[in-house]
Design a protein around this ligand. Sequence first.
Ligand SMILES: [Zn+2]
Length: 284
Amino acid sequence: MYSIDREQQATVRDSFSLRGIGIHSGQAVAVTVHPAQDGGVRFECSRYPGVTIPACFSSVRSTPRSTVLAAGDARVATTEHLLAALSALGVDHARVVVEGEELPALDGSAVEYVRAILAVGRKPLDRRREPLRLRRPVWVSEGEAHLLALPAPGLRLSYVLEYPHPLVGTQVASIAITAERFATAVAPARTFGFLEWAEQLRARGLALGASPENTVVIAPDRILAPLRFPDEFVRHKILDLVGDLALLGRPLHAHVIAVRGGHATNIALVTQIGTDAARQMESV
Ligand SMILES: [Zn+2]
């Protein structure tokens, strides 16, 4: 479907735009992805011209149910689904202009981003990609959440999701992240939320744009939409993890095993891997 020469760095062949509602802000927002020759993936907010937010773990401002990147006063929330699609499809450099402060939720998954990237195509650049290869295991634990990254020849993500809800329970998935596997097995998995969380999240100013169009709602006794995969929830957690790992700015070669967790633990792991890698480069 999408054979990419992963040896070469790449950008998108042309610009594309998507618009919709921010799942947390509830605001109408739009995003345009432009080609870039270098500089990695960078965000610009139309409200703060001239300010660039690199898609890097050091730009993470907070992780309240989504990954918020910021530089100065400029911030952009819910970056993970677009970043997952760009990194899994081998797009290393892009200038992403956001109208508003959040990326559109679209249908709650990354399929529209994948479709848009495939439609414009990937343009290889004449520089080699340098994957970040782990030299030793790296792990983080926060409360009941654990993330372990082991050296491996490519990127594989294994995830154990567990919620004390009779219709969710424990879901386990292990997926080798190639462009094709990502596009077919990961990108379509949608955001989910428990009905009983809704009020509490809204009180905190979150999930204001959440609706059945962009969220699989789990009520106490039923799931309010047909699922795309029987294990759609754990696949969505893998999608979010791919997006957060993209904040390393380089393809990661590792087997990452997650038990529970969320954006905060993802970012803690990414920060540790990224800081280790920077230290190793300094010592070479
Ligand atoms: Zn997500």
